[in-house]
Write a protein that binds this ligand. Structure first.
Ligand code: ADP
Length: 373
């Protein structure tokens, strides 16, 4: 969801009583999939969700409290919205950092109707004391406060929290969620399918398989990157064809994709942009010696949190397939974490060599330095 709309919804919810008509507004205007059948990949988690949705409907009970884990853009918000839509219950969306005021929170909880879903994005931003406040809410649908021995009963609703940083949650808080699925990175064929569907539904284009597969290999296993890349691809196509006509599917060729990748300063192998390359260059310059996160952050001119949230989730994946030429694919992580810090791997060297080759022979990445032979 657009950040401004999200903030606006949060602001509006603080100002107004919550009623179902608002919820309709949040769920409806979306290019996101709205059913589990439409949600691509994550088969095991989807089948568990189906079972839980059927049980909740059959027994007319609230869905179990759920903690969704996974990297940024993996589809956590979409999945939570689908659960609400499949259950046919109201959905209320908040950022964790906006629920740290006790009176705002109590006001919200007291208004939530039976069965509703309270979605807390970035739940790791809840303060320690608010996480503790939630223990009886999660366990017994009530909250405690100073002058009330028994606590105050609440409707039975569901909390779905999502986070990219499970390690930042209190262990007892985390343990009170009955279901804690982790969304895994998407395979190339899943992303290709996602791209095909998005291109057809959102833009009305039937894309060729070779194009969707090439796009998919540049998205680092992440649906949000795929959605953005399609948009950029179509933008470049519309600038490339000077005739006065709208883009048609046959304009979306591999040549235009190459132009798109170049215009976004990405590499054509994995779709990594300059901050990724700088990170890998810094590791490589250490000649195999591990480097601490703080030093790495200073040397890459990136905040530690950016490295942790945006750069490393992909680079540390164990099975990255790096196509260094037409007949050669290297499989392995592009960086590793050791006791002493982050360090280069054989794939780091192979990747930087491939970049240097593209630079020397094809003019890619002007102005960058790659310290490899
Ligand atoms: P997160 O909450 O994990 O950051 P989102 O749910 O906002 O990610 O998803 C980012 C984008 O990717 C959305 O546009 C969404 O529609 C799309 N998307 C994510 N996962 C899927 C999926 N499994 N199938 C289809 N589209 C998806």
């Amino acid at each position: 969801m657009n950040a401004f709309i999200k903030q606006f919804n949060i602001f509006r919810k603080k100002q107004e009583a919550i009623d179902e008509s608002e919820v309709e507004e949040i769920i409806q205007p979306s290019q996101r999939p709205l059913t589990l059948d439409d949600y691509i990949g994550q088969d095991l988690i989807k089948s568990q969700a189906r079972l839980k949705i059927n049980l909740a409907k059959k027994h007319d009970t609230a869905f179990c409290h759920t903690l969704l884990l996974g990297h940024a853009g993996a589809g956590k918000t979409t999945f939570a919205k689908i659960i609400a839509a499949e259950l046919g219950v109201p959905f209320y969306e908040y950022l964790g950092s906006n629920l740290n005021d006790g009176s705002v929170l109590i006001n919200l909880l007291r208004r939530l109707p039976k069965g509703a879903i309270l979605f807390i994005d970035e739940i790791h931003m809840l303060s320690k004391s608010i996480q503790e406040f939630f223990y009886p809410v999660l366990e017994d649908s009530k909250y405690l406060y100073a002058n009330c021995d028994q606590g105050v009963e609440l409707n039975k609703f569901t909390i779905i929290g999502c986070t990219t940083h499970a390690g930042m949650l209190n262990h007892p808080f985390m343990e009170r969620f009955a279901w804690k699925p982790t969304l895994s990175p998407y395979s190339k064929s899943e992303l290709s399918e996602l791209i095909k569907r998005t291109a057809s539904r959102k833009y009305g284009f039937d894309m060729e398989d070779d194009v969707t597969l090439s796009l998919a290999s540049l998205c680092q296993g992440t649906p949000r990157k795929a959605v953005h890349l399609i948009q950029n691809f179509i933008d470049v196509a519309s600038c490339s064809f000077i005739e006065n006509r709208p883009v048609v599917a046959s304009d979306l060729t591999l040549d235009v994709l190459t132009q798109t990748v170049q215009s976004l300063d990405m590499d054509p192998m994995l779709g990594l942009d300059r901050p990724f390359r700088e990170y890998l260059n810094v590791l490589q310059n250490e000649n195999g010696k591990p480097i601490g996160l703080r030093s790495l952050s200073a040397m890459c001119h990136q905040q530690e949190v950016t490295l942790l949230n945006s750069i490393e989730p992909f680079l540390l994946l164990p099975n990255i397939e790096l196509p260094i030429d037409e007949n050669n694919v290297i499989v392995g992580p592009l960086a590793k974490v050791t006791r002493g810090g982050r360090a280069a791997t054989p794939s780091t060297v192979a990747y930087l060599r491939a970049c240097k080759n593209l630079q020397q022979n094809h003019g890619w990445f002007p102005g960058e330095t790659f310290n490899v032979d």
